[in-house]
Design a protein around this ligand. Structure first.
Ligand SMILES: Nc1nc2c(c(=O)[nH]1)N[C@H]1C(S)=C(S)[C@@H](COP(=O)(O)O)O[C@H]1N2
Ligand SMILES: [Mo]
Length: 529
């Protein structure tokens, strides 16, 4: 009896495992088939992309905060992995239900598909046809589920009989093999069609080729040549100009939107005398200017690396506003991306003499797709979440009272002036350096104000004046260096603090990024050998 009970339990676990596997393989087929067809529709048509994007939109501020603080620019990879884990669990549940009752399993699949359909249809720019790949995928998934669950049921039938005879064929049965062969075949098909779909999508994407062939006009007003000494003397400090490939990337797009410049246009409207739209060619025909601006993300933690400095080429937003003629009472411009992200920028920042740009070029080439191709905003002095809209297509002149940007609706501030920040870059945290003279260096920034002074403290000795590298402009970061003579062996701490152009000291109190940017002095520890 006990032996039989044992077999029964074993049967149950194996049955459950196979049913779960059937669910997961069916879900794989669903996504694979949907991916295959999604290339023929808009970007929202891929359920993977749309579900991921919706998940991102509903991510609470604290979780975004946590993800970026913990994983930095790998936050998307982590999100993808969590989504895959979630999908596997739900698919397994559908498989388990199907084993008990095929209709129950099928209903679960349909219910998940409906939720995914809502994600697809609610994406910016999606239309009803974008549901077709999901519908086809769901049909394939249901078909696979039925096929696999049937294989299990047959197997169970056999095992029930054999069990009565006191033996089990669960580990060797031909039906078990049949089930596994079918599962493997379907999983293979899912992977092939899924990858094929992705390849098809990128083959149909002409934007990359267009970007490669694009020759941007040169600037009417060139950026002033960088002073020779912008890069400080300490080896290992972040390069003054960030290469495009090294520039941090933060956005809500799982897959960067594919924007065709030939059909791109910018709509300028709202509380203005003169609404207008502008095509890419019209934009390139304007007098473009070039300027170095250090961009920083509000999610940057103290000492973090969500900051980059590039030479931007673009059309001053001041000119765009002059043409639109904002009406009295307007105090904000809501810029919207083709993928639905939006940012609220104070109107004066787009009218005063700072170089706020509708940027088309970054470090001498067209904007990389990840950084907003074909057109993005760059506004000196404001965090990216309230100013730096990538893939921008719409500027609405409005008020802070009437409208709010993407992150403001999710608990972040409506305004985002950049706070004075500094960080120690050399030595690296926990580095081991030889005794004697230790080179210490890093960067500091206070866009629109500039850096007037940096001080360094080693252990708990007094604050020492650091040497500032040359300043390119008040809108770029500034490097600093300090040589600690006679370093003694042991573990030491170095801390840094900066002063902005008005002589105001960087805030000492530690605060997290949410809701309007982190504060606190950065320190690291290192060991002198
Ligand atoms: N379309 C779009 N633009 C966006 C964002 C976004 O999520 N979507 N994120 C903003 C934020 S929070 C920052 S910090 C900057 C980052 O620009 P980068 O990725 O080029 O460094 O882009 C801004 N522009
Ligand atoms: Mo950001």
């Amino acid at each position: 009896m006990a032996k039989q009970g044992n077999y029964a339990r074993k049967t149950d676990w194996q049955g459950r495992f196979f049913a779960s596997l059937a669910g997961v393989v069916s879900a794989g087929l669903l996504f694979g088939v949907a991916e295959l067809f999604s290339g023929f529709f808009g970007p929202a048509a891929s359920p993977l992309t749309s579900v991921g994007a919706t998940f991102i939109d509903f991510t609470p501020a604290w979780m975004k905060n946590f993800a970026i603080a913990t994983f930095g620019t790998n936050d998307k990879l982590v999100l993808l992995i969590s989504l895959v884990i979630g999908a596997v669990i739900l698919a397994a549940v559908a498989g388990l239900l199907a084993r008990k009752n095929i209709m129950a399993g099928a209903s679960a699949v349909v219910a998940f598909a409906v939720v995914m359909g809502l994600c697809v249809i609610s994406r910016a720019g999606a239309d009803i046809l974008d549901l077709i790949p999901l519908v086809l995928g769901t049909a394939a998934g249901l078909w696979a589920l039925r096929l696999l669950i049937r294989a299990i049921s047959t197997r169970q039938g056999t095992s029930a009989e054999t069990e009565q005879e006191g033996q089990s064929d669960l580990n060797t049965g031909t039906s078990r093999r049949a089930f596994l062969v079918r599962s493997a075949a379907l999983a293979g098909v899912a992977v092939v069609v899924g990858l094929g779909g992705r390849a098809l999508t990128s083959a149909r994407n002409t934007t990359v080729a267009f970007r490669e062939a694009l020759k941007l006009p040169s600037a009417k007003s060139k950026a002033a040549a960088l002073p020779a000494g912008v890069q400080g003397p300490v080896e290992g400090v972040t390069p003054f100009v960030t290469a495009n490939k090294d520039f941090y990337r933060i956005d809500t797009a799982l897959v960067p939107p594919d924007v065709d410049p030939t059909s791109w246009s910018l709509r300028v409207h709202g509380m203005v005398e003169n609404e207008f739209t502008m095509t890419f060619d019209e934009l390139l025909a304007q007098d473009l200017v070039e300027s170095y601006v250090t961009l920083t993300c509000v999610s940057n933690i103290v000492g973090g690396n969500l900051a980059g400095n590039a030479k931007w080429l673009g059309y001053p937003l001041r000119e765009v506003m002059a043409r639109a003629k904002p009406k009295d009472g307007a105090d904000m411009v809501l810029s919207t991306s083709i993928d639905g992200f939006s940012a609220s920028t104070p109107l004066p920042a787009l009218q005063d003499d700072r170089e706020a740009l509708l940027a088309v070029g970054m470090n001498g080439e067209p904007l990389p797709v990840d950084h907003g191709f074909p057109v993005r905003m760059v506004v000196p002095g404001l965090y990216g979440f309230v100013s730096a809209t990538k893939w921008v297509v719409d500027l609405e002149v409005t008020t802070f009272e009437q409208m709010s940007g993407y992150w403001t609706s999710r608990g972040w501030s409506s305004h985002g002036p950049i706070k004075t920040a500094s960080r120690v870059e050399v030595p690296r945290a926990l580095a081991r350096v030889p005794a004697g003279k230790v080179a210490i260096g890093g960067s500091a920034w206070a866009q629109q104000s500039g850096i007037s002074k940096v001080e360094v403290q080693v252990d708990n000795n007094g604050w020492q004046l650091a040497t500032l590298a040359d300043e390119a402009s008040i809108d770029t970061w500034r490097q600093w260096s300090y040589y600690w003579e006679g370093a003694t062996s042991g573990t030491h701490k170095v801390q840094v603090r900066a002063y902005n152009g008005a002589g105001e000291m960087q805030i000492e109190k530690q605060a997290p990024p949410e809701p309007d940017g982190s504060t606190g002095w950065h320190s690291i520890t290192f060991t002198v050998e």
